[in-house]
Design a protein around this ligand. Structure first.
Ligand code: ADP
Length: 228
């Protein structure tokens, strides 16, 4: 017997420049996978980051983030416990390594929406065959600007900075395995799901394949039927 649980999991990384839609698409992918799994144990997990920033009202420790203090952060970083880390506005963010390994060993895939720096750090620490990287592109510079404005998160100078950065970040798409253009959201989502599905079917990720194939070994009566 062979089934979809006898599979080596992998890291599914979605990167883009800010405002292209990686958060939107990552959430959509996660929700669709949860819906599709009958036992509520989705085979796609989102990695939970550690952060030193204060916990906001409504946030759940261990679900939204693992909230830790700066001293603990530094100690854990020193011990090499993080797959990647970044400092943003005086606070640290990181992806702990151990839960990712545990998920992979259990046949789950782990979803990341990270910028190219995060993707690069993760890629360096993992076996390359366990990492699948997708870069999302906006359909045009004008549309990227429209989305950044629609998000209403930035003032004019931040907006200009994000657009200037996008020009540089987008060049990194060359390091990725797949390129998805996020023009129509549903089409982009379908592409992402197809990539995920195809990667799951890769022969190298299929544990127990040889044993399964040999369980079909010819019996004497098969041989006589085939006149061998
Ligand atoms: P990122 O995580 O890459 O910074 P977000 O997911 O926050 O980007 O998306 C930025 C904005 O663009 C959001 O307002 C989102 O609703 C919108 N958006 C995302 N994808 C599309 C799309 N295909 N068409 C139109 N708007 C989109």
């Amino acid at each position: 017997m062979i089934n979809n649980t006898t599979r080596q999991g992998f890291l599914f990384i979605i990167s883009s420049s800010s405002g292209t839609g990686k958060t939107t698409l990552a959430r959509k992918l996660l929700a669709s996978e949860q819906e599709a799994s009958s036992d509520k144990k989705s085979s796609l997990r989102m990695s939970v980051s550690c952060t030193t920033r204060p916990q906001l009202a409504g946030e759940v420790d261990g679900e939204d983030y693992h909230f830790i203090d700066k001293k603990t952060f530094r100690e854990r970083r020193q011990r090499g416990e993080f797959l990647e880390w970044a400092e943003v506005f005086d606070n640290f963010y990181a992806t702990p390594h151990a839960p990712v390994r545990a998920a992979l060993a259990g046949g789950s895939d782990v979803l990341f929406d990270v910028d190219w720096q995060g993707a690069e750090q993760i890629h360096k620490q993992m076996e390359p065959e366990l990492v699948v990287r997708v870069f999302l592109l906006p359909p045009s510079r004008a549309e990227l600007e429209r989305r950044l404005v629609a998000r209403r998160r930035d003032d004019k100078s931040e907006l200009d900075l994000r657009l200037a950065r996008a020009a540089e970040e987008i060049k990194r798409c060359k390091e990725y395995d797949y390129i998805v253009i996020n023009d129509d959201l549903e089409l982009a989502f379908t592409s992402l799901r197809s990539i995920l599905q195809a990667e799951r079917c890769k022969r190298e990720r299929r544990n127990g394949l040889e044993e399964f194939v040999s369980s079909f070994t010819l019996t004497t009566s098969d041989e006589s039927l085939l006149k061998l």
